[in-house]
Design a protein around this ligand. Structure first.
Ligand SMILES: O=C(O)CCC(=O)C(=O)O
Ligand SMILES: [Fe+2]
Length: 327
């Protein structure tokens, strides 16, 4: 079916260039209004906790081995050892680090080099390049996104299997559309102040996100048991998280978990987020086979309606899911 793209879905807010702002940190002409965007007005106490809840050992995000998951006995109809790990990661954590995913190291390294090179360009050149998405050094972005899309499809198929649904395509079609966002967090001397964040707490309004942490410096943290668990960059791994759409399709069985990015006092940080969604012209709603005898906990909406909801909402916690919930 031909994909029809609706118009007027809204867009994102243009913001000042953060690298430029960071380079001019001592400039007195930088008004507090310009900088206010990066300071959280009233951090609540849960947001102030960076580490494990008191008295508890720091937990680590689960690690899933894709080669093992897809190999003999990995899934075993949802009863394999790696399948159990994946199920617990999706039901309990909403996040995992994926290793042995088969993306050549050179593809990842080339993508990282390109992104670092892009952010090192002078502002005017960056602006010119940004207007032509996909223009990062020949077909590097293409290689990378093709590989990531393959991995997303394989993971969604495995998730369908462990959910026990007959028709895997309801899940795998969430890899149909893909978008890539490169995140840049400048060093921030005020990083010790808890109110300064790189990215506010949010859940991803998509199907599945695969994130490549470009820098070794940690910054991604996920909300867990009233605290924040850091996701330490694991060499060669991709960080995978369940998005809001999977939470809807699985009727809340798999969790789309809030996360945020903190800044570092001395080092810049970069990450590449690849988001996967369904196509326009299809629907998002709890899968009948998963709902079974229970009640659907979320509304069923067209992808167009969902995207409109996303663009009209602020990046703020799980507010999109609140709008999708049936009360
Ligand atoms: O930079 C990160 O580690 C997180 C990025 C993220 O959550 C996003 O782009 O949605
Ligand atoms: Fe995110």
């Amino acid at each position: 079916m031909e994909e029809t793209k609706p118009r007027n879905l809204g867009g994102s807010l243009p913001v000042p260039n953060v690298q430029d702002l960071a380079a001019r940190a001592d400039d007195l002409t930088l008004t507090p209004t310009l900088l206010r965007r990066y300071v959280r007005p009233q951090p609540n106490t849960a947001d102030l906790r960076h580490d494990a809840p008191a008295g508890e050992e720091q937990e680590h995000v689960p690690i899933i081995d894709l080669g093992r998951l897809l190999g003999p006995n990995g899934l075993a109809g949802g009863r394999g050892e790696e399948a159990a790990r994946l199920r617990s990661a999706c039901e309990d954590w909403g996040f995992f680090q994926l290793v042995n995913h088969g993306i050549p190291e050179e593809t990842l390294e080339e993508m990282k080099r390109n992104v670092m090179g892009f952010f090192a360009l002078p502002l005017a050149e960056k602006a010119a390049l940004a207007q032509q998405p996909g223009e990062i050094e020949g077909n590097c972005l293409e290689n990378y996104s093709e590989e990531v899309q393959r991995v997303a499809g394989e993971l969604l198929g495995a998730m369908a299997e462990i959910l026990g649904v007959r028709d895997h395509s309801d899940m795998t079609r969430l890899a149909a559309s893909q978008s890539v966002r490169m995140n840049y967090y400048p060093p921030c001397p005020e990083a010790h102040v808890d109110s300064v964040l790189g990215l506010s707490p949010h859940s991803d309004a998509v199907g599945l996100t695969l994130l490549l942490q470009v820098s070794k410096v940690p910054g991604l943290q996920i909300r867990r048991k009233g605290g924040w668990v850091p996701v330490t960059p694991l060499p060669g791994a991709l960080v995978v998280n369940v998005g809001d759409v999977i939470e809807v399709l699985t009727n809340g069985k798999y969790k789309s978990v809030e996360h945020r990015a903190v800044v570092n006092a001395r080092e810049e940080r970069m990450s590449i987020a690849t988001f996967h969604t369904g196509k326009f012209g299809t629907m998002y709603g709890p899968l009948e086979e998963v709902v079974g005898d229970e009640k659907p906990r979320y509304r069923s909406v067209s992808v167009e309606e969902y995207v409109k909801l996303v663009f009209s909402s602020k990046l703020n916690g799980k507010n999109i899911m609140d709008a999708m919930k049936i009360n």
